[in-house]
Design a protein around this ligand. Structure first.
Ligand code: PMP
Length: 431
């Protein structure tokens, strides 16, 4: 693998960008080595600045469900681009994207477009607080909801304790209303409600967690969150920034048949361009300015180029059989990976939801919360990452992330990935 040009770019980047990257996990701190500069992508393959190619299982962290540079997405985006990039005024493209979201996501009656998942989440939480007149929020250990101060809270320990921020620069006062419970632990949630119930504005949850690696909700977890929030007059907020249009055209909420009060979206709805959205019941959304008194705004929100990219992406995935074909690729890949690992006597747990999955290098029998996820051997994962990279396969540069498959991952590319895994696991077994 040639690396010179990419390495030089990174060296220069280190001089002028903190850590050389515009988002921390791109720096490969968890797996070592010099991050690749990516020059282009086509289908399931990315090409670095030295011309090396890799089968991509990061897919820009989820948005690229149709793979890179899908012809229809590019054509629609290019067409929009020629008419101007942003007007700061209503556009038909903005309306059409909203229409698609209202039609597809079961709980969304009204929706507002923003520019990122972080923005969607911070707006939804402000709205939940404004609507209920309550202050506290519950989030789950190991979940990530973007880099907004009140949600940048580490796992913490103890159920009813106020948490400690995982970032400097976040004043204690800002996170004092953030309560933490372990994922899949409804008893912990009940205890928080018993103690603080009158002042809990909402629970925010990834209905399928993607940010401690993929962790599925246990039976009744989501429905219990629905009933407890109803009981106390709090809102249930689903963060479907990853799962929206990933687990099906109605997101995780359609799959699990739970209607949250508010839903946050991002990633796929922009098809690789910056878009986020939050939406829900009309009576709650009408609390947003200019109708209501919860303020939220954005210069580039609903810009026609991002919206055209998102609309073209969603149109493709609404075609008959899309998710069946996509998920079966992931199913096959995960089944074979498991066989390869066990043949080489390496204990792994694979959690998969549709076309997103994580291979945990853990001795635990299952991974159902952040503590289980943290039992993983991250050094072994780092070796696996580097071995796969040498074989031309790009997986997430951290154990605690999801792999994503696109509709353009071909059978031949999946076979090639499995051959790479075969070689990598054989080497790992000899360490
Ligand atoms: N929520 C979830 C579940 C996410 O995974 C992410 C980002 N990975 C965000 C929110 C924040 O989105 P963004 O990076 O677009 O701000």
């Amino acid at each position: 693998m040639k690396k010179t040009y990419s390495k030089n770019l990174f060296k220069h980047a280190l001089e002028i960008i903190p850590g050389g990257v515009n988002s921390p996990v791109r720096a490969w701190k968890a797996v070592g080595g010099t991050p690749l500069f990516i020059e282009r992508g086509k289908g399931a393959v990315i090409y670095d600045a030295d011309g090396n190619s890799f089968i991509d299982y990061v897919c820009s962290w989820g948005p690229l469900i149709l793979g890179h540079a899908h012809p229809k997405v590019i054509a629609a985006t290019e067409k929009a681009l020629h008419n101007g990039t942003s007007f700061g005024a209503p556009t038909e493209a903005g309306l059409k994207l909203c229409e698609l979201l209202v039609k597809q996501i079961p709980s969304i009656e009204k929706v507002r477009l923003v520019n990122s998942g972080t923005e969607a989440v911070m707006s939804a939480i402000r709205l939940a607080r404004g609507y209920t007149g309550k202050n506290k929020i519950i989030k789950f250990e190991g979940s990530y909801h973007g880099h907004w101060d009140p949600l940048l809270v580490s796992a913490g320990s103890g159920l009813a304790t106020f948490s400690v921020s995982s970032s400097a620069g976040v004043p204690h006062d800002v996170i004092k209303d953030t309560l933490i419970a372990p994922y899949n632990d409804i008893e912990a949630v009940k205890k928080l409600f018993a103690r603080y119930g009158t002042d809990i504005a909402c629970i925010i949850v990834e209905p399928v967690a993607g940010n401690m690696g993929v962790v599925l909700p246990e039976k009744d977890f989501l429905s219990s969150l629905r009933s407890i929030t109803e009981k106390y007059g709090s809102l249930l907020v689903f963060d479907e920034v990853i799962t929206g249009f990933r687990l099906g055209a109605g997101g995780a909420q359609a799959l699990y048949r739970i209607k949250p009060d508010l839903t946050c979206l991002g990633k796929i709805i922009g098809g690789g361009m910056p878009v986020g959205a939050y939406g829900g019941k009309a009576k709650i959304m009408d609390k947003v300015s200019p109708v209501g008194d919860v303020y939220q705004a954005g210069t580039l929100s609903g810009n026609p180029v991002s919206c055209a990219c998102g609309i073209a992406t969603i149109k493709e995935i609404l075609k008959e059989g899309f998710y069946r074909r996509l998920d079966s690729k992931a199913e096959k890949l995960c089944k074979e990976l498991k066989n390869i690992a066990s043949k080489n006597k390496i204990k792994i747990v694979i959690n998969r939801a549709g076309s997103m999955f994580t291979v945990f290098f853990t001795h635990h029998d299952e991974v159902k919360n952040f503590t289980d996820a943290q039992s993983s051997d991250t050094a072994l994962y780092a070796r696996y990452f580097n071995l796969m990279l040498c074989e031309g396969v790009y997986i997430p540069p951290s154990q605690f992330e999801a792999n994503f498959i696109s509709s353009l991952h071909s059978d031949a590319q999946i076979r090639k990935t499995l051959d790479a895994a075969e070689k990598s696991f054989t080497k790992l077994s000899k360490i």
